[in-house]
Write a protein that binds this ligand. Structure first.
Ligand code: NAD
Ligand code: WQD
Length: 344
């Protein structure tokens, strides 16, 4: 049996492919390289000594999706990472986001409902909780009206899966709500490769540290938190990847309690923006050039996960500390820039 990983050359997908292959699972990747590089295949092979099967096409092409499933009738599970993920861009181009994040999801589910007992894992996000009323955030916390079309695609995506599972008892699905993934594989053969100016905190910090960006803007220090900056739950991408293997095994072994389940994936610990900066300074030995600016629209004050459900039910717990995560992000940044300089 094969596991299809859509978006398997992207940031979280590539780390998950490594963990799946480490567990002896056979992986086939579909990616259109819209936000990734073909070189990631070498990275995966370099770590696992196995090159996954790779097909390059755009999942928005329904005929190609149908043709893929006809050719790979032995696909028993799908981990669906492929999506567009830039919150700001989603406000500018909502239809691109609805087509890519929801249209493709529908095509995949249409293929899976034809199969017997298929397993499906969906990349959801803590963004569905908005500013939660209680912290840490449990899976039962209410889903709040989305702040952006991107956030809405994760909420509606979950609903599409839930409704499909209701009428397809054979289909088994898990939605994983990621908090803030950071860091790179310890081998530094794969990591995050943001295109253009990074929107997320950690790649912006490492790019500032290496001199590509002049200065990090800290968005607000007047929030009602201890140091006034926002709090998030930063989870190492390898920890996150390992949780996908646990979730998949739960479905493949029919250990699930219902055919649609939701899990938070985070460390359970909140860190402020200034704490992340100080962690970076500790592990890199560099002073970071930053300044406090105004708040960024749409930012929630605090979000960190209650991880008990994933701990107990999936038997999974994050292992990496914030310093270790920042260290791997910094090692990766240095490697990327060195190899880039060597090529140019
Ligand atoms: P990424 O952009 O690095 O990876 C997505 C991959 O999907 C890319 O390789 C891209 O080329 C591919 N892709 C996109 N659209 C495609 C299409 N139509 N056909 C084929 N391939 C396509 O993103 P990531 O950070 O690895 O995120 C993976 C998933 O996790 C996404 O669904 C994202 O919304 C979700 N997520 C990410 C974060 C985060 O902070 N990174 C947080 C929560 C949820
Ligand atoms: C973290 C903190 C910023 C950049 C985003 C998406 C969300 C989810 C995770 C996918 C915040 C501050 C940031 C900078 C800063 N992704 N910051 N200066 O906002 O938690 O969520 O990624 O589902 O949907 O919105 O992550 O990394 O952008 O920001 O001060 O240049 O860092 O204000 O407090 P966020 P982030």
């Amino acid at each position: 049996m094969k596991i299809l990983v859509t978006g398997g050359l992207g940031y979280i997908g590539s780390h998950t492919v490594v963990e799946l292959q480490n567990e002896g699972l056979e992986v086939v990747i579909i990616d259109n390289l819209s936000n990734s590089s073909i070189d990631v295949l070498d990275g995966i092979e370099g770590i696992t000594e196995k090159r996954p099967i790779f097909e390059e096409f755009d999942l928005r092409n329904k005929t190609k999706v149908q043709d893929f499933f006809a050719r790979h009738s032995d696909v028993g599970g799908v981990i669906h990472f492929a999506a567009s993920k830039a919150v700001g861009e989603s406000v500018e181009k909502p239809l691109l986001y609805y087509e890519n994040n929801l249209g493709v999801l529908v095509y995949l589910l249409q293929e899976l409902e034809k199969k017997k007992g298929a397993s499906f894992i969906f990349s959801s996000s803590c963004t569905v909780y908005g500013q939660a009323d209680e912290l840490p955030i449990t899976e039962d916390a209410p889903v709040k009206p989305a702040e952006s079309p991107y956030g809405n695609t994760k909420q509606v995506g979950e609903e599409i899966i839930r409704d499909t599972c209701k009428v397809t008892p054979d289909l088994k699905a898990i939605a994983l709500r990621y908090f803030n993934p950071i860091g790179a594989h310890p081998s530094i053969k794969i990591g995050e490769l943001p295109l253009g100016v990074p929107q997320n905190l950690v790649p912006f910090i490492t790019q500032t540290g290496i001199g590509i960006r002049e200065q990090l803007s800290v968005f607000g220090d007047d929030y009602p938190t201890e140091d006034g900056t926002c709090i998030r739950d930063y989870i190492h991408v390898v920890d996150l990847a390992k949780a996908h293997v646990k979730a998949l095994q739960r479905l493949l072994q029919n250990e699930n309690n219902s055919n649609y389940e939701v899990f938070n994936l985070g460390t359970g610990k909140g860190s402020s923006v200034l704490e992340v900066i100080h962690s970076f300074e500790r592990v890199s030995g560099k002073k970071l050039n930053y300044k406090i600016v105004g708040r960024r629209e749409g930012d929630v004050i605090q979000a960190y996960a209650d991880t008990q459900k994933a701990n107990k039910v999936l038997g999974w717990k994050s292992k990496y500390t914030l310093d270790e995560s920042l260290k791997s992000a910094w090692d990766w940044e240095q490697k990327v820039r060195t190899s880039h300089a060597a090529k140019s």
